[in-house]
Ligand binder design. Structure first.
Ligand SMILES: Cc1ncc(COP(=O)(O)O)c(C=O)c1O
Length: 337
């Protein structure tokens, strides 16, 4: 990669000139702690999170159940903000439940929307919860799960996926970024291939959202889910999010019929009749505490902008790669002499 710092002095200078440097102070750091490379598991705590939680506690303290006036729309308001990170226009994302539960909700809705087809296509090396959800769905519904024997590092390639696509495939469900290696799937190409075969696509963006620029609307993707506690910095066990393309929403029915997806919710009517729009993918009472933390967690990402963060990620990873290579070669040469 061009223009990488060649030594420590140049690296320190690049840090000093880095326009993203001030954003570091938006997070808590423990002085002297080792460099943290586990944001793919649990993101750092933004400084703003404590204030957002304190404000929520104040609403609860002061307004008790009346606080729901502030909280009812939170899943969709926070969802729209997550949407900004993944290229989704408003009205297509909600923050709710866990990634696992959202995967199940959307995968079940998708296969039901493709009657006459009985194959679900996945990746044999995908993150376990993705495979297990698909296995469980197949076991309950009689669908057949076909797992691509992919390279665990490279991840599935578009051609490999396209070869498996035929008129019996209902759903293609894959991770957008490989959880082991970071390999990036071409969302647009996979979506085009799946759509040509008449299948729907569901992408797990847990390792993509907040880390790499994603254009869900531009890719034509049907469905997506992702974690709230990794790069979105929502804290341990934070709720996840889900995306359903706007034009697809009216034709999809998710399997968990809860009262938060119900039209005229407080009419307490006898029959489930889901709301129009993304709200129909909600289930029960939203995790207001968790969504508040996700909402605060994504603030630094929105402020810094994903393209700028991605450019820096590439430089840092490039630097790490070239320095490691140099050191390995040097120690190998030393070993040989
Ligand atoms: C691709 C992927 N999906 C889902 C999850 C986790 O799902 P949940 O938050 O439901 O445990 C992870 C966790 O690392 C993951 O890597």
């Amino acid at each position: 990669m061009e223009g990488l710092p060649r030594d420590r002095e140049e690296a320190v200078r690049a840090d000093a000139e880095d326009p993203l440097a001030p954003y570091r102070s938006l997070f808590h750091f423990v002085e002297g702690a080792p460099i943290y490379l586990d944001g793919n598991s649990l993101g750092r705590q933004p400084r703003q999170t404590a204030g957002a939680m304190e404000a929520l506690l104040g609403q609860w303290r002061g307004e008790l159940v009346g606080g729901w006036d502030h909280w009812m729309e939170l899943p969709t308001l926070a969802g729209d903000r997550v949407g900004q990170l993944v290229g989704a226009k408003p009205g297509q994302v909600v923050v709710s439940d866990s990634t696992t539960v959202n995967l199940y909700k959307l995968a079940a809705a998708a296969v039901e929307a493709r009657p006459g087809r009985d194959i679900i296509l996945g990746d044999a090396n995908d993150f376990p919860t993705v495979r297990y959800v698909l296995q469980g769905l197949a076991a309950r519904t009689g669908y057949r799960l076909r797992l691509l024997a992919t390279d665990p590092v490279e991840g599935p390639g578009t051609k490999e996926i396209a070869r498996e696509l035929a008129d019996d495939v209902a759903l293609v469900c894959l991770s957008a970024v490989n959880y082991r290696s970071g390999a990036i799937l071409d969302l647009r190409a996979v979506t085009e291939a799946a759509h040509q075969a008449g299948a729907l696509v569901l992408f797990d963006l847990s390792h993509a959202a907040g880390a790499v620029p994603v254009d869900l609307d531009g890719s034509g993707a049907d469905l997506a889910v992702g974690c709230g506690y990794k790069y979105l910095n929502g804290g341990p066990g934070a709720p996840a999010w889900l995306y359903v393309r706007a034009d697809l929403q009216p034709s999809l029915r998710q399997p968990i019929w809860g009262w938060f997806g119900q039209e005229d919710q407080f009419g307490m009517g006898p029959v489930y009749n889901p709301v129009h729009g993304i709200g129909r993918f909600l289930t029960g009472t939203p995790d207001v505490v968790g969504i508040t933390a996700v909402n605060a967690g994504i603030e630094p990402l929105l402020a810094a902008s994903l393209p700028a963060l991605w450019a820096k990620t590439r430089r840092l990873v490039g630097l790490l790669g070239s320095r490691s290579e140099e050191l390995l070669v040097r120690s190998y040469e030393g070993f040989g002499s």
